[in-house]
Design a binder for this molecule. Sequence first.
Ligand code: G6P
Length: 480
Amino acid sequence: PPKQPIHEGGSDFVVVSNRLPVDRISTEDSDAGWRRAPGGLVTALAPVMATRDGAWVGWHGAPDEVLEPFHHESMDLIPVPLSSDEVELYYEGFSNSTLWPLYHDVIAPPEFHRTWWDSYQLVNTRFAEAAAQAAAPNATVWVQDYQLQLVPQYLRALRPDLRIGFFNHIPFPSPEIFAQMPWRKAILEGLLGADLIGFQRPNDTANFLRSARRFLGAGVKAKQVHVKDAAGRYSHIARAEPFPISIDVCQIQELAARPDIIARSQQIREDLGNPKTILLGVDRLDYTKGITHRLKAYGELLLDDKVKVEDASLIQVASPSRERVETYKQLREDVEGMVGRINGQFDTIQNTAIRYLHHSYPVEEMVALYLAADVMLVTALRDGMNLVAKEYVAARTNNTGALVLSEFTGAADQLKQALLINPHDIDGLKNTIVRAIDLPRRESGRRMRAMRKQILAHDVQRWSDDFLNTLAQKAIRDDS
Ligand code: G6P
């Protein structure tokens, strides 16, 4: 059974996400406590959490461990346990081997297994029950991302008094692709339990509304869906709208101005032998990120002698992710094979073509890397947003540097002055990388200034304010 919340009478504001926004600090022989996990979402919500007795419901990351709710930085954290079987079926299975590839344009083939679906429903029920327990009367509950698409509907059934928001951080596929999902109706009905369903792009929003119309026969008018209950009676209006997520711009800018981080960025350049150009890629090691396309293009540029190993180095940070999932194991083999072949062919004793780092780093080191990099490469095949592109722009406070950005990212909607590429077009990608390396100072400055203006005006705080303000308003066509 879900644990009792700490706030008596419940919280006015509850966030629900697969992962809690904290990491365990473990020392050699003891658990030293918890530390706020990096990421914009928790930063944006921390002030709301503090003023509204906020609670956060989520998994703490360790299988087969049941934890009591605890208090951390003015939030109640309510851990939801997952057994190791559920980690395999709900998380690695349905979330990351069915939904993730299906929603990212089937770059990898999605697998459909009934046992995974059963587990997904069960775990979503558990999250909904925990949220229902934690919420005060008439509270606002904000459910996050594709792992929890059934929670809005389950939660509304338990607690019709709540105001429920949902935000999908990843793309929402076209109805032609979504059609493959054997449980497509149940998923749409799950999402439609929310009063407001947020997406990254207008396109994702339109895809969702088309699916609701096509597969549920739902009445859709002006981005509003007329939702009926199981008995076919009017239940509520669910609105769908785009809210492109962003980053904590202040934090990145402050770090970019810190003398020790600037010194570190110079150290990075020196340690690499002070090449004329440093190129940088930073990604979770995920097949949606187009890392192999990037490496192929870079390897060919070295082969064609368009880029020389004495002049340029590519730093590729690939942070470990979902390592027990087969497609991710295969990707790691592929990437590491390519890096090995390219470096074996082009490295000298002094110079390296690609400095490959299979690690994750604290934000301070990331900002030092952004400052060290002349060219940032974001070549995702499909990406809900891509916050790395936005962080690079935020860190370039002196308006230098070139951003090569895939058209298939949500970020491309906002960063229009980036050098936009189609990562499948290897020749186009190669030409654009060369162009980025040689970009005249005036042109890079003009582009970077325009992109910085956009980012500075749209940080993650504004994103969450926009979403929560819209959620607080009544739907215009609410004929209840
Ligand atoms: C993406 C998803 C998040 C997820 C993150 C890390 O950004 O949208 O929901 O938390 O990847 O993946 P993981 O499986 O480690 O939580």
